[in-house]
Ligand binder design. Structure first.
Ligand code: ASP
Length: 341
């Protein structure tokens, strides 16, 4: 009897193993959406972006494969992009109207909907790390400005002078935006072209089946009056729920806040039972597009299905799916879509 039972269990194990027992992991990252046109990019620039995206994706994936928690992979991937001047996050962040940098970031864990975020921070080297500290070591969700910085300091996080985030190309973008604002007598940046690209984000599925999402940004060029975008707003720029999906957004933040974009995508998956592709596509290329909101998202469901829709000319993005398949893209079509590990 005992042997028979063992035999049956063994058989079941073999039958179910690829789907039930395999701890599949996956990761998707983005480096911002906007008017990214091939005619404005050299082959060398394309390569730099693709390489950084690949580095961030593979770093996060390696941690996930080792069985590390999803939040660790999200932070590791985002930190690589924060440290690169190519992206509008950390070093390379856009300038405010007053020629400073005010950074926003958030992270959310899909198991129990825990979340942490910081907004308008000026001296925290890695805003995504600060968001994680808020999630793990504070009873709050969103800390702003000086208070967030004092909290980060109390957690022993690295502080830098605001000039650490300076780059020449972002300064030029600010000068252009300001000249246009003056000419058109506008109060806001009214950003164009590359002035607003480069927010970064990551969504992962870890070995425990948890979805974690994070986003980090310098916001929008020439922003004023303590403007806060969607990136640190849970539900707008970042959302994760193991029951539905994880999302990180990039684009014109005001629209993403008003349309509650990240949470809306997950709500459609959960309540309408539609696929992640369908939900994200509807929100980005129908609802948001009709409203005039530009941008895109990366999203992943609990099975590790990935989608990366955008309604702009391009979006920097890369992923490794549950089968280990790597892909990277800038414009509409993916540049590389391989099984290379
Ligand atoms: N969503 C960011 C913001 O509005 C900017 C971006 O993603 O390009 O602050």
């Amino acid at each position: 009897m005992k042997t028979r039972l063992k035999g049956i269990l063994c058989g079941l194990g073999v039958l179910l193993s690829p789907t039930v027992f395999a701890a599949d992991v996956a990761i998707v990252v983005h480096g911002g959406a906007g008017t990214i046109l091939k005619k404005n990019m050299s082959a060398e620039q394309e390569q730099h972006y693709a390489e950084k995206l690949e580095e961030a994706t593979r770093a996060g994936y390696a941690l996930l494969k080792q069985g590390e928690a999803g939040e660790k992979a999200v932070v590791a991937a985002i930190q690589i992009l924060e440290e690169s001047p190519l992206f509008n996050a950390g070093n390379g962040a856009v300038y405010t109207y007053d020629e400073t940098h005010e950074l926003d970031a958030s992270i959310m864990h899909g198991k129990n909907l825990e979340a942490g975020a910081v907004s308008g921070v000026t001296t925290i080297k890695s805003p995504i790390e600060a968001a994680l500290a808020v999630m793990q070591h504070s009873s709050h969700v969103l800390l702003a400005g000086k208070g967030a910085e004092a909290f980060a300091q109390s957690q022993g996080l690295q502080q830098v002078d605001n000039s650490y985030f300076n780059t020449q190309h972002r300064l030029k973008a600010l000068q252009k935006a300001k000249a246009r604002m003056q000419e058109q007598q506008r109060e806001d940046g009214g950003q164009q072209g590359s002035e607003k690209m480069g927010t970064v984000g990551a969504v992962v599925l870890d070995k425990s089946g948890n979805i974690v999402a994070g986003t980090s940004t310098g916001g929008m060029t020439a922003k004023r009056y303590g403007r806060v975008g969607d990136a640190p707003i849970i539900g707008a720029g970042t959302y994760a729920d193991n029951e539905s999906c994880g999302v990180s957004a990039t684009g014109h933040g005001e629209y993403f806040i008003r349309y509650n974009v990240a949470a809306d995508i997950c709500a459609r998956v959960r309540y309408q039972g539609v696929s992640i592709q369908r939900a994200a596509e509807t929100v980005i290329n129908e609802e948001l597009k009709q409203a005039g909101g530009t941008g895109g998202v990366i999203a992943m469901d609990k099975r590790g299905n990935i989608t990366m829709p955008f309604n702009t000319a391009g979006m920097y993005r890369a992923s490794i799916n549950v089968e280990g398949k790597f892909s990277v893209g800038i414009y509409k079509n993916l540049m590389k879509d391989t099984h290379k590990q």
